[in-house]
Each structure stands twice: as C-alpha cells, then as structure tokens.
Design a protein around this ligand. Structure first.
Ligand code: GLU
Length: 299
C-alpha cells in the first residue's frame, strides 16, 4: 500500500501568528482533508536572533484554538543543526559553495561602484569579492573571521541538468535557475532557511508543499538544492496572500490582526475559519479587534 500524501505547516516563531498565517494553516488543512493527506507541524526556529520560545508556545495554542490538528510530534528545526552542517560540508567538498567574509558594507560599496549592475528578485547580485580566494587563505581566515557560505552560481549551473524544473500542484513545470552567488549559510546562524527547508521537507517525507505566494520566488533555489543534495522534490502549491483593505499584504506585529488577540477577545474560531476560507475574498477588512468581534461574534 502506498503511503498517503503529506504536507506541512511551517511557521517561524518570530512573532505571534496573524490572520495571514491562520489562512495559510487553513489552506494546508483544507488540502490535507481533500487529499486524505497527513498534515505535519514544523517549527522553523533556526534563526536564534529572532525566534523566541514564547512565540512557539502561542503558535501551538493559537493553532489548536483554530482547530488545526497535526499528525505526529512537532518537529523543531533547531534540534538537528548537525544535519544542515553536514549538507554544507558536502556542498563544500564538491566545490559548489565558498566562504564569504564580506560585510554588508563592503558589498554595498562594491555594488555601488558597479554602475548598472542588474538586480534580480533576490536583490543586488553579489559582486564576487570572495569567489576566488585561494583555498589555503580561505581556511586560514575561516579560523578567526566570521563568514557566510555562498553558492558558486557558475559551478552550480554547470552541475545542473540543462532544464531543471520544479512542479506545481497542477503538474506544470517551472524552470529552476540560479543567477547569483546566493547565501545558503548565514554568517550569524551558520545555515539558511533555504537549506533547512529542503532538508526537512525531505526528512519528513513531504509530498506537497502548500505555502504563500511570497515564497514562490524561492522555489527554484529549493529545487536546485534538492538536486545538488540528492533529495526528492515535492509538488509546490502557492496560495494567495491575505491583504488588508489597502491591498497590502498583512504583516506581523499589528495587534488588530494577531490571532492571539482575537482568541483572547473571545472571537468564535469556527466563524473565523469560515470567514477566512469562504467569505473574506482574500481581504481582512477589520481595523481593530473590536471590529472583528462585532462582525464575527463571540463563541
Ligand atoms: N517558515 C516559513 C515562514 O514562516 C515558511 C517556510 C515554507 O513554508 O517553506 O514564512
């Protein structure tokens, strides 16, 4: 018997969940129900500079309150950092990444000098300052200077098959390309979201990733890392983002959109679910918790 499809909701505990995150969790749950799939919960807490245990606790409380149920134990990314380090070692041994000692300032100055440097969706291109540092010198500097790991775009592209693609929920293929020497091991935390997410999706046997459209632009990078690390590639479904009445994407830390605030004000979670999934048309129309309580009711 083949195993059921599997998806996951993967919040980062950098703040309280807002209604946009709730919408995303509901999309994951709806997809799982429609496809008799398992829904897993993963806490993406590798960024110790921004993540806080208190947020993890409220995320779990808020999701339970909203009626999201997940399969099996909660996975915390921070609990298996050595796995991510091993992947970096492997890419380094293949010559596909290199240490970068640049500060933000050095890069900005260099980029400013490159008058008409093309910018992509991943920001200004890295001007390649550390790309050619000889191995021995790089090893010496790594002992006493903080560094990031960057993908060597030219070598990576040479290692990829000519038409590498990622596949969406409708089975359509999209090209996976890499234009710049992207950071995949951050200076401050040693690894990056891109690396951790592909390793954990594979480790957890995720067949379908359901996530917001804001992450669509990263999917090509994820596909490339999967190829380089010999990992399977899930199908990717990107849902629209919930917006406010000005058409701006809902951001964290606005108390009127916090799930916790709605929960503490006594809003009915059932009404909230219905409203987000079937009535709001992608727009969160309330400017305060009181307004939300008034329309959605308590319960
Ligand atoms: N942790 C990411 C976030 O909260 C989601 C990662 C993903 O779904 O791939 O935005």
């Amino acid at each position: 018997m083949s195993s059921p499809p599997r998806t996951r909701f993967a919040p980062s505990p950098t703040g309280h969940l807002h209604v946009g995150n709730a919408y995303s969790a509901l999309c994951c749950q709806r997809w799982a129900e429609e496809h008799r799939a398992e829904l897993l919960l993963r806490i993406e807490d590798i960024d110790h500079t921004r993540c806080r245990p208190i947020y993890e606790q409220t995320i779990i409380e808020d999701l339970r309150w909203l009626g999201i149920q997940w399969h099996g134990p909660v996975l915390r990314q921070s609990e298996h950092m050595p796995l991510f380090q091993q992947a970096l070692k492997r890419l380094h041994a293949q010559g596909l990444i290199y240490p970068c000692f640049c500060t933000r300032k050095t890069i900005q100055q260099e980029v400013a000098q490159m008058a008409s440097a093309p910018h992509s969706q991943h920001g200004a291109p890295y001007p390649g300052i550390c790309r050619h540092i000889p191995e021995r010198e790089a090893s010496r500097r790594m002992r006493n200077t903080p560094f990031a790991w960057r993908l060597h775009a030219e070598r990576v592209c040479a290692a990829l098959p000519p038409e590498l693609t990622w596949i969406d929920g409708q089975g359509r293929h999209h090209p996976a390309t890499l234009e710049h020497d992207l950071v995949i091991g951050r200076k401050d935390i040693g690894i990056s979201y891109h690396l951790a997410v592909v390793i954990d999706d594979a480790r957890q046997g995720i067949s379908d990733v359901i996530r917001g459209r804001d992450l669509r632009a990263h999917t090509g990078i994820h596909r490339i890392l999967q190829y380089l690390l010999g990992l399977p590639s899930p199908r990717y479904h990107h849902h629209p983002l919930l917006q406010d009445t000005h058409g701006t994407r809902l951001a964290k830390r606005k108390s009127s959109t916090e799930l916790r605030a709605l929960r503490l004000a006594g809003v009915s979670p059932l009404r909230l679910r219905d409203f987000l999934l079937h009535e709001c048309n992608g727009v969160w129309p309330f400017h305060s918790v009181a307004e939300a309580v008034q329309t959605l009711g308590k319960g």
